[in-house]
Design a protein around this ligand. Structure first.
Ligand code: ADP
Ligand code: MG
Length: 386
């Protein structure tokens, strides 16, 4: 699948600039197996890079201007590298402007280059096409001009570029796009950026994403409210249990003992957080032991926590997971990402993929009048130079 993407990208470069690219880069999207809404609550997350990528072709052009072509949009722009970088009205160019600005602000010097890119990562479905774009650009510029930038710093620069564009994201997306390894998931501590790989052998099960094709606008306001509710909850826990410094060293018993000291909402939020932190640790053990059925159970538990306690689901996602729970061919399912739309991640028994897709397509269309999309994903390497 990626071979055709690479061929087309290189051919487009040659047609546009009349010479071959000097560097070709693949930069993947990502999934998160478990650990949702705890990146900002002292938790671990368990992401992995996938086999859907943006392919970039680069060459120096011996000027001080760069020309970048987005093949999929049939758009291009030029940027004068000697001028101050400013935001544009053309959103996609800002991710690239942001990357150039972050590199320059951090003292990296480079000259003009030509670049074309094309992608098979679905855009805006929660697979982090934006992180793939930022990290792939940084990787390409670094390779062209021999810049010394460590992997960790590529992800941090990518994150800063996204903040500059105006999205206050955590580090998970960029980190996993850069650090992914084939058939490994990354247990990442979002507070320290310490990480550990675990085997991701799903044995008799395939990973399939169901894209609900909905995006409810509640996301930003609810996200901010959740952050405030969790802060409030943590400070109540700390005031009764001074040994607790972060959610990570609070336990469920402590939270339960404080039920009447918190509003119902705050209680539900912190109960979810403490249990979700625990589920990530259990999920790593399940993967280490090859117990995929146990992992599947944890995914369902996470979904019901996100839906009923953290309240970031919606009827479309709940319907997909409720139906999965009743289906013998699916052993785990949950909403993936921030919620209020996007994808569910599912563990589907091998051999049953097509029948599951047919059934869910029809049911979803009949219920909501919306087409359900499917992405088969394999866990793959992070950003690479071909
Ligand atoms: P995602 O969940 O896919 O990261 P975002 O809204 O964070 O969704 O980022 C999507 C944005 O990234 C797009 O609106 C576009 O500006 C940019 N982008 C992603 N992929 C491409 C592409 N192939 N070509 C041009 N721009 C892209
Ligand atoms: Mg994004």
């Amino acid at each position: 699948m990626n071979d055709i993407l690479i061929q087309n990208t290189v051919a487009f470069f040659e047609k546009s600039f009349g010479s071959s690219p000097q560097k070709t880069v693949l930069s993947p999207g990502r999934i998160n197996i478990i650990g949702e809404h705890i990146d900002y609550n002292d938790g671990y997350v368990l992401p992995a890079a996938i086999d859907k990528v943006i392919c970039f072709a680069f060459a120096k052009n011996n000027t001080t201007t760069s020309k970048i072509i987005a093949i999929d949009l049939n758009e291009e722009f030029e940027i004068d590298l000697t001028q101050e970088v400013k935001l544009s009205d053309v959103v996609w160019t800002n991710y690239i402007r942001g990357v150039i600005k972050q590199l320059q602000d951090n003292g990296f010097s480079f000259e003009g280059f030509n670049c074309v890119f094309s992608s098979n990562i679905p855009v805006g479905s929660g697979l982090s096409s934006s992180a793939a774009l930022e990290c792939g650009m940084i990787f390409g510029i670094k390779s062209l001009f021999d810049l010394k930038i460590e992997k960790k710093d590529i992800s941090l620069l990518g994150q800063k570029a996204e903040h500059w564009v105006g999205i206050n994201c955590g580090i998970m997306d960029q980190f996993s796009s850069v650090h992914g390894l084939e058939n490994k998931v990354i247990q990442l501590d979002c507070n320290t950026l310490d990480f550990e790989y675990h085997n991701a052998d799903f044995k008799d099960y395939s990973l399939i994403l169901f894209d609900s094709n909905v995006k409810h606008s509640l996301f930003t306001s609810e996200y901010n409210t959740r952050r405030i509710e969790c802060e409030e909850g943590l400070s109540i826990i700390k005031s009764h249990f001074p040994e607790v410094k972060t959610f990570r060293n609070a336990n469920e018993e402590q939270v339960l003992s404080l039920k009447d000291k918190m509003t119902d909402k705050v209680f539900s939020r912190v109960h979810f957080v403490v249990k979700e932190i625990n589920r990530v640790i259990k999920a790593c053990k399940a993967l280490d032991q090859g117990n995929i059925e146990q992992l599947g159970e944890l995914l369902f538990e996470t979904h019901y926590g996100l839906s009923q306690e953290y309240e970031v689901s919606c009827e479309e996602l709940d319907m997909l997971v409720d139906t999965a729970k009743e289906d013998d061919a699916i052993i785990g399912s949950r909403l993936m990402g921030g919620g209020f739309g996007g994808c569910t991640i599912n563990l589907v028994k091998k051999g049953h993929e097509n029948e599951v897709k047919r059934k869910f397509s029809k049911l979803y269309l009949d219920t909501f009048g919306i087409e359900l999309k499917f992405y088969d994903v394999k866990i793959s390497n992070g950003t690479t130079l071909l």
